[in-house]
Design a binder for this molecule. Sequence first.
Ligand code: NAP
Ligand code: MG
Length: 529
Amino acid sequence: MPKETPFKLTYATMFNPPEELHTRYEEALTRVKANLGQEYSMFINGEERKASEQFEDRSPINTEMILGRFQKGNAQNADAAVTAAKHAFPAWSALPWQERLTLLRKAAGIIDERIFEFGAVITLEVGKNRMEALGDAAEAADLIRYACDQIEANDGFIRQMGSDPLQGYKATNYSVLRPYGVWLIISPFNFPAALTGGPAGAALAAGNTIVIKPASDTPWTSRLLAECFRDAGLPAGVFNFVTGPGSTLGQALIDHPDVDGVTFTGSFDVGMGIFRSFAKGPYVRPTILELGGKNPAIVSANADVEDAAVGIVRSAFGLQGQKCSACSRVYIEKQIYQKVLTRVLELTNKLKIGDPTDRSVYLGPVINKSSYQDYQKFIDEIRNADARLLVGGKVLTNGDLAHGYFCAPTIAVDLPLDHPLWKQEMFLPITTVTPVDNLEEAMAHAVGVNYGLTAGFYGSLEEAKWFFEHTQAGVNYANRPQGATTGAWPGFQPFGGWKGSGSSGKNAGGLYYVQLYMHEQIQTLIQKA
Ligand code: NAP
Ligand code: MG
């Protein structure tokens, strides 16, 4: 690779990594595997804390593999974490922003140094293939840095405003963005590094103190992240890390009166529940919700068939369809339908499914038993609707796969357009495809759902402009073989959703995100002239 273009790992560049990435990942995997089954504490007020009960973190690749034992945190632990964050807030928020940024950039640098360990753990814990796993950790570091860069680019959001023209007085007006206080971060299983580290970085850079609660399927990755904050030297109580069930520990955190703001990333139903619970406080507090998606790809008769097929397959089946941005429905103009479909099927048939630590594997397992059962239920629903499964439609249990949750990538056609599965997020490797008469019809279907996270398009330049004009999603891609609907990166494609996919209307890793973690204060000072 020429010196001028050093390799930068993103979800768009990950298809062609340098060889060294593989060697170093494999070394880290060997080290991580030699160390499985340890007990990990929570981290509260700068101290390792145990709860009265523990739970096991098992790998979805092979459920006999116990990755670690984690603390089943309870309401007392929730209270201790929030209280620690509350006590740490005055000093942390009073630090000059430059000092906070130095510490956070150090934490991002530590993530970079440990990226192969992160990658190995993420593969074992989530079932991501190695490049997706490395990407998750790299994105966490970049999201933290992006929040820091935004604060710096805006001089800490301290701005002098106009001076009122007052006779006999000198008026000085400042607009200052200031942190809220204790910020709660509840993250999902599918991007345990980026979607914990990203909100954490923004909240901390803004001057809030935080409590992190990761998904119970993926506590290890978030624990590694907490260690990076610890080792960067963040003061005690500034970040707190608790583990345990969402329904008990998570709910206790949401209900805690000293929480000043929350970022929840996860499913629509849980997110709406959190929104309603959080609204029961004495006044409205900021609630950043990043929820599900039902992401469409539209293919025009003028599309490049190869680009469209490659992009659709990558986005439909990357991370086993368990991305909020996964391409789960495809609308193809009828003139080109057979051609695109044929190529999509060829490419899907070539995908290798198995142990995702193996470098040739593209699809690993789905996350847990409940997803595994959902897959079989959805397949039955599709069959019962007289749709056809052109590829996939079964779980894989041959050899070692019997110990994990492996589901074949599935393409379904002829699913009636009024079937609920066209609108419901399945979060599995199942994509439904249909011909349409024209692009207007495709767009009507594309926007006719409650979600609005990402969308993809393939066609002419003119049509691409039309697509951008009419799509109703936060992240939109045209003519992109790297992914029809997936593959966002801080500073390139900030990520967030419209409608039921997100509450803030501003995208993470973008120009307007870190501001969500601060409220504006106007300071007017009058002096006698
Ligand atoms: P989930 O089941 O909604 O869980 C998300 C988090 O919420 C977990 O940490 C969970 O803890 C916790 N939780 C559950 N009930 C809670 C409660 N009553 N109070 C507080 N916390 C509670 O989501 P998931 O299965 O992990 O993730 C998949 C979903 O996330 C999909 O819908 C996907 O589209 C969405 N997602 C959205 C984005 C985005 O940026 N828009 C990104 C990624 C994923 P437990 O694990 O302990 O239950
Ligand atoms: Mg697990």
